[in-house]
Design a binder for this molecule. Structure first.
Ligand SMILES: Nc1ncnc2c1ncn2[C@@H]1O[C@H](COP(=O)(O)OP(=O)(O)OP(=O)(O)O)[C@@H](O)[C@H]1O
Ligand SMILES: [Mg+2]
Length: 408
């Protein structure tokens, strides 16, 4: 018999696991963060550690039955250390990390995603693991206002399940997103803290370069200057990691005996040039010409603000629609819904037909009125003209009589 948990964690084979239970190894000592990010993470850890005190000893858990979990959103550009920090949080708490790769999960679990999301929460609660939704932009994004496609309905259903699970989950959940602005408002409300992962500054970059090599075993040449690399290259930690690996490959590919090989500054420089130009190619193919023109990009940003306001409205509406759907489903009325919708549709058609009829009647009445008016006018002219001639003649006669009287 199929074991749902086995499927959940291992898929067909271990290599395709969409949910991975990790014993975290990396710690905050492995991460170099801008001070603001670091402070926000420290606060998050305090919240987690003091959670039992507040909700247990201080009794708030008895006053509030839901919303007792701790949900965090790590938001920031790619390669700024979100994943590594989720691992470090779990490590600091001495818990396992249950890592869900949501983007893959959605494509592979088409049709059953909502059910599986619920199963993931259950598994995390049982294992007291930190639940980590990596690349969660899709799961956190806005719901569709009028879902008429199957995938839209499924996306809404997944978010609904997620919201419910989040509300009931007693543990720690971390989401990692690149597009914080695209959050579903209902989802956002349930997330206690957003932690912004900023791009590292020059000092941090120098330390990240250094942290990416092995302090004792990586053979570095005398000319290596991490401060200079940190100043020159405004890149993320992920870029630095890639450049370091590439530099090692460049160094090892040079002629000569391996034990004399060293990584030189030029290897790091060339490697980073490669990483940056590879990224530019990616960005260009993603965003096209407009990305190269800052004015166009700015204009786009202005337009996006309006669109964002509009999207807020749509999203609120979507939230209401899904709430109604939920309630209907809860009442067991979902089966009757198509019938009701059909009846509503028919009523709408009938109303539209009636309005069309009324409009036609109105048009006819107006035409009739116009021709009656034209006829009346013609009649008036016909009758009016002889009367005018008589009146003018009388006036002339009166005039003549007056002249004759004066002359006499
Ligand atoms: N602040 C940092 N300090 C040290 N190493 C870093 C830092 N940021 C990134 N790295 C290195 O880059 C790698 C990638 O970082 P990570 O996967 O945590 O980034 P991310 O923010 O999750 O990126 P993505 O949004 O692409 O998932 C890490 O494994 C680490 O080696
Ligand atoms: Mg990541």
């Amino acid at each position: 018999m199929a074991n749902p948990f086995r499927e959940l964690f291992f898929g067909g084979q271990p290599a395709t696991a969409l949910v991975e239970a990790l014993q975290p190894r990396r710690t905050f000592a492995d991460v170099i963060l801008p001070p603001a990010t670091r402070r926000a993470l420290d606060n998050a850890l305090i919240q987690i550690r003091k959670h039992d005190l507040i909700f247990g000893e201080w009794g708030l858990g008895e006053r509030h039955e839901t919303g007792l979990g701790l949900a965090f959103n790590f938001a920031g550009p790619p390669g700024t250390g979100k994943t590594i920090c989720a691992e470090a949080v779990a490590h600091a708490l001495g818990r396992r990390l249950l890592l869900v790769r949501y983007a893959e999960l959605e494509s592979q679990w088409a049709g059953t995603t909502a059910k599986n999301v619920a199963a993931v929460f259950r598994a995390a609660a049982e294992q007291e693991a930190v639940l980590f939704f990596d690349e969660a932009d899709a799961i956190a994004s806005r719901r569709f206002a009028s879902p008429d496609q199957g995938y839209q309905r499924e996306a809404n259903a997944v978010v609904n399940v997620l919201l419910r699970e989040l509300e009931a989950f007693p543990g720690v959940v971390i989401f990692a997103t690149n597009l914080a602005a695209n959050f579903d408002p209902a989802f956002e409300r349930r997330i206690r803290t957003h932690i912004l992962f900023e791009m590292p500054g020059a000092d941090e970059r120098a330390r990240i370069w250094e942290a990416q090599i092995h302090a004792r075993r990586t053979p570095l040449a005398q000319d290596v200057d991490f401060d200079a690399l940190g100043r020159r290259w405004e890149v993320s930690g992920g870029d630095i990691k890639n450049a370091v690996l590439k530099a090692a490959q460049l160094a090892i590919a040079e002629p000569g005996p391996d034990d004399e090989k060293r990584i030189h500054q030029r290897h790091f420089e060339t490697a980073m040039e490669d990483v940056v130009s590879a990224r530019r190619v990616m960005e260009q193919s993603l965003f096209g010409e407009a990305a190269a023109d800052p004015l166009t990009a700015l204009a786009g940003a202005g337009a996006r603000t309006d669109v964002a306001a509009l999207e807020d409205g749509v999203s609120d509406l979507a939230a209401r629609v899904t709430t109604v759907e939920d309630e209907v489903a809860g009442l067991g009325g979902l089966a009757r819904l198509p019938d009701a919708v059909r009846r509503l549709d028919a009523a709408g058609d009938e109303a539209r037909r009636q309005v069309d009829g009324l409009l036609a009647d109105l048009q006819a009445a107006r035409d009739e009125g116009r021709s009656a008016l034209a006829a009346a006018e013609a009649e008036w002219r016909r009758r009016g003209r002889p009367a005018l001639i008589v009146a003018v003649a009388a006036l002339l006669l009166a005039g003549a009589a007056l002249v004759a009287a004066v002359v006499r």
